[in-house]
Every structure is written in structure tokens, then in C-alpha cells.
Design a protein. Structure first.
Length: 518
């Protein structure tokens, strides 16, 4: 898994899973999170472009480092649920937020409403019950307290009520952007927008898609260029409008010098955090771990710190309350803690195959031959992990610095991150930055049996140099299934490596065949 060594295919591309710190503000070091909705399948006034617009916008935003939730042809309940989930996630992650909507929109009494595809609106007054109030979205963003929000509404097309009801006020009503927000309309308040001119996208979104992909363009410049292009293309019939209260610079694809400063700052912070962890990791007292967790509640070693704090407090006599997990509970997926009670002699057998060729690969048979205070050693040192199961030495001989690819405890919805070094045996030095989340708990069947397992999804990048000094720039995508109450090691995992162009370099699946453990 450490053999891939590739040169970067672009002078401006940067792996935005790595959260950068940029000169004028911390905006671009924050996570990026977007909710994209495209509604076109309306009963009375269908639209041809919003679904295409939404898919293309989601793709463009992913290319700019956003984690994107995409919804198309959503009914009212689904729209409201998606917006609630979006703002709640912003509150947890403190990410830069973006909301994009393509579809029908209307105003009533100076309030703006986005129209779900199931909205049967026989009177304008029914908007209050059957539309989605934009103000509720803005209020949710305000409560989230995240550093910045972008709201893009391509939602001012023709009367969504068809000829059933007369609309006195066209388009959307003017709103001032809340603090830290840029609010963008496809056309000026009180006017309607053009759905498209025969192409795959609406007039506004088509130009916005192009400008988002322009490197080094500040966000205000992006929308100024869109406004000019749409005005010229429509002969002045449609002029986009923005309201902004942004105080810091933001780029979808930032300048090279900003990226360099960002990398240097992130690297300095990482070295400082790593040095702190190296100093405290073998402490026999709880205070150093408590201090670390207060200083870095979302740090790169929080899972490891939780484990060490748990072990230290147990030695000091703490009687920890165990998580009660009821598999039959219809309202929750349950929770569990990692099982770290490894024993010499525990053994596991895996099978592995290539997902592209379906070819069977060499199986793995890790057997524990020694255990130290902090390490679990397999096959006389061929494979080494820490007590949580995080890789420290691979069978190929590569060394990983302290990391947390495995969690201390399990619950659906949990998120964390890690950053670590990878040093191959024949030279080279790279850094891996990953984001991890537990997305579900589900039944999975492998040769060893059927398990009720937590599924952890992992995304990130490996950058640096490989053997011979060649540039390394590879995306990692993992899926790992854990059943910690039954097996200490993973039940199964899938590993995908991608070139920056998107080409799949590696795709493997590994499954547990048999195991014996105390």
C-alpha cells in the first residue's frame, strides 16, 4: 500500500482534506461543508435544469474541498431534514458552510420560500405551510456559530404555481446577509431568472460552475464575473445580485503562496502537538491527558489520549460505567468501547482480493507474539500496532508515526481526524492527513460469520516524497467494519487509492476468515 509514487498533475491542486491555515484568516483551514439541492420535477411547472445544476455543483464543490450532501427532487420533509442536518453539522464541525438551491422560489410578505417538489400550493398563503422558509436556514446557520457561510439561490424562475394562482411579487425578496455570510441570488430581488438557453445548465449556474473552477479567484471576484457574464448573455434581462457581510478573504482555489504559508503553519502546529503527545503518552498520571484533551478536544491524538486516560484512571481505582447497548432498540444503533484486552496467542486469518480484477491476493495471518505497555506485536515484529489497533509498522516494513485510524469508542455519527508520517523502508517521507466518521452500524457477512458492525469511512491524502524523491500525491478512501464486542481487529476493510486525476490506483477488500482470541 506504500508503493504508489506519483507526480502531481496540477500546479494549483491541493488536497483539501488537509485543513489549511491561510494568511488573512483561518477560514481556509476550516473544514468545508455544502448542502446542494436541485428540484425540477414539479407537477405544475417542471424545470429542466435544476437536477443537472445540482449534480454539477456538487462535483465542482468537491473539487474545491467541500464535503457535499446532494439532494434532488426533494419533498418538503426531506428538504427540512437536510437543512436541519446541515446546520447541526456546521455547529459541530465549525466548518465553512455552503448552501445551494436550484428550483422554484417565491416571496410572501418579504419572506422568501424555496418550493419542494410535493408542494401543492393553491393559494399564495399556502406558501407558509408548504414552502421552506429561507429565514429558517439563515437562523440555523447563525446558531451554528461557524466562521463563514455562502448561500446561493438559483431559485427565481417563472411562477411555480403555473396559471393556478396570480403572484403579485415576482422572484425573491431582498435580504441582508447575516454576519459572516455571502448571500447570492441568480437575479436581482423582485425579478425572475432564466432556466436555461437549451444547454445542460441554467444560465446563472452554468457561469457560476465555470468561475468556481478558476484558480486564485477571491469569492467576491467569482460572483462579479458571474454577474457580468449573465448580464451580457441575457442582454440585461437577468442581473445576479449579492449581499455580503464577509470580513476575510476566501478562495475556492487559493493562490499558491497562500497554500505554501498554510502548509507551513499546519506543519508547525502538527509538530507542536506531536511533541506534546510524545512527552505525555507514557505518563502514569491522568493530569497530562486531561490537559491535552482540554487543549485539543478535536486533536490528532484525542482517541489515543482517551485510551491512556482510561487505563491510568483504571489503575488508580476508577470504576468506569460501561456503555449499555441494546441491539433491539429501534431508535438508536447503540454504542461500544474498543476492546484492548489483547493476549499473546490471539490469531486472525484474512483473505484479500482485488476489487478491479477480482483476483485473490496473498492472505494475511497475523498472530500476536508479544505485547508491551503500548504495542501489540504480530508475527515476531512483522506487523506492529498500538493498543487501539492503529498501524505502527506494516508487513512491508514501513513505519507510521502515532496515529488514530481506529477509534477509542464507537457510536454512529462520531467524527475525528488524524495526521501522521509514513516512512517506507527504502527511503522517502510522506504525511497522511485523514478525516474519519462512523456512518452506520449494519450486519455484515464474511467467511468468519455474520456480525453487527460499525462502518467507519475514511478520506484523506498522502503527500510528500517516495523512493527516489518523486512527489507523492494520493487520495486515500477506506471503509472499515468493526464489531468491538466480538472481535478486537477489523471484520473487513476496503481500501481505494486514487491519483489526483481521479484514476483508481488500488482497490482491495479484506475479510476476516477465522479468528481465535482469549
Amino acid at each position: 500500500m506504500l508503493k504508489t509514487a506519483l507526480a502531481s498533475g496540477s500546479t494549483w491542486f491541493m488536497p483539501w482534506s488537509v485543513r489549511f491555515a491561510l494568511g488573512s484568516s483561518a477560514l481556509l483551514r476550516a473544514a468545508r461543508q455544502a448542502l446542494v439541492i436541485g428540484n425540477g420535477n414539479y407537477h405544475r411547472a417542471p424545470l429542466s435544469n435544476p437536477v443537472n445544476d445540482a449534480h454539477a455543483m456538487a462535483e465542482a464543490l468537491r473539487g474545491a474541498g467541500f464535503e457535499v450532501t446532494l439532494g434532488v427532487d426533494l419533498v418538503q420533509a426531506a428538504m427540512q431534514d437536510a437543512i436541519t442536518a446541515h446546520t447541526e453539522n456546521l455547529a459541530r464541525s465549525k466548518a465553512v458552510g455552503l448552501f445551494y438551491f436550484a428550483g422554484h422560489g417565491m416571496q410572501l410578505a418579504w419572506r422568501n420560500y424555496l418550493i419542494p417538489v410535493d408542494a401543492e400550493i393553491d393559494t399564495v398563503g399556502a406558501l407558509r405551510q408548504r414552502g421552506v422558509d429561507v429565514n429558517s436556514l439563515l437562523e440555523g446557520m447563525r446558531r451554528a456559530g461557524n466562521p463563514m457561510n455562502l448561500v446561493v439561490l438559483d431559485a427565481c424562475r417563472d411562477n411555480p404555481l403555473g396559471t393556478a394562482t396570480r403572484v403579485d411579487q415576482k422572484g425573491l425578496s431582498q435580504m441582508d446577509a447575516p454576519p459572516g455570510t455571502l448571500l447570492a441570488y441568480a437575479t436581482a430581488p423582485g425579478h425572475t431568472a432564466i432556466d436555461g438557453d437549451g444547454g445542460d445548465h441554467g444560465l446563472y449556474t452554468g457561469h457560476l460552475l465555470r468561475e468556481i473552477r478558476v484558480p486564485e479567484a477571491k469569492i467576491e471576484d467569482v460572483f462579479k464575473r458571474v454577474r457580468l457574464a449573465v448580464r451580457r448573455r441575457s442582454n440585461g434581462l437577468q442581473i445576479p445580485w449579492e449581499s455580503t457581510s464577509l470580513e476575510d478573504d476566501f478562495w475556492f482555489l487559493p493562490p499558491r503562496e497562500e497554500r505554501k504559508r498554510a502548509e507551513e503553519e499546519v506543519e508547525r502546529e502538527f509538530r507542536h502537538e506531536l511533541a506534546l503527545w510524545e512527552r505525555i503518552k507514557e505518563s502514569a498520571q491522568p493530569e497530562p491527558f486531561e490537559d491535552y484533551l482540554r487543549r485539543y478536544p478535536h486533536g490528532r491524538f484525542t482517541e489515543l489520549a482517551q485510551l491512556q486516560l482510561d487505563r491510568v484512571l483504571a489503575k488508580l481505582g476508577e470504576k468506569k460505567v460501561e456503555i449499555v447497548s441494546a441491539p433491539d432498540n429501534p431508535y438508536g444503533k447503540g454504542a461500544a468501547s474498543a476492546d484492548t484486552a489483547y493476549r499473546v496467542g490471539d490469531s486472525y486469518q484474512y483473505r484479500q482480493f482485488d476489487l478491479l480484477t477480482q483476483q485473490q491476493l496473498k492472505p494475511g495471518r497475523p498472530r500476536i507474539t508479544a505485547i508491551t505497555e503500548h504495542e501489540v506485536i504480530y508475527n515476531d515484529g512483522t506487523l506492529v500496532t498500538d493498543r487501539l489497533g492503529n498501524m505502527l509498522r506494516t508487513p512491508q516494513g514501513a513505519v507510521w508515526s502515532p496515529n488514530q485510524t481506529a477509534p477509542f469508542d464507537f457510536a454512529v455519527g462520531k467524527r475525528w481526524n488524524t495526521r501522521f508520517r509514513v516512512i517506507p523502508p527504502k527511503g522517502g517521507n510522506s504525511t497522511v492527513e485523514l478525516e474519519l466518521r462512523i456512518v452506520d452500524r449494519e450486519k455484515i457477512t464474511v467467511p468468519a460469520g455474520t456480525f453487527y458492525a460499525f462502518r467507519v469511512e475514511t478520506t484523506g491524502w498522502q503527500t510528500g516524497s517516495s523512493v527516489g524523491g518523486r512527489n507523492l500525491h494520493v487520495r486515500w478512501d477506506w471503509k472499515t467494519w468493526y464489531a468491538p464486542r466480538e472481535v478486537r481487529r477489523p471484520i473487513a476493510f476496503e481500501w481505494f487509492n486514487h491519483h489526483v486525476s481521479g484514476k483508481i490506483l488500488r482497490a482491495t477488500r479484506t475479510e476476516l476468515v477465522a479468528f481465535q482470541q482469549a
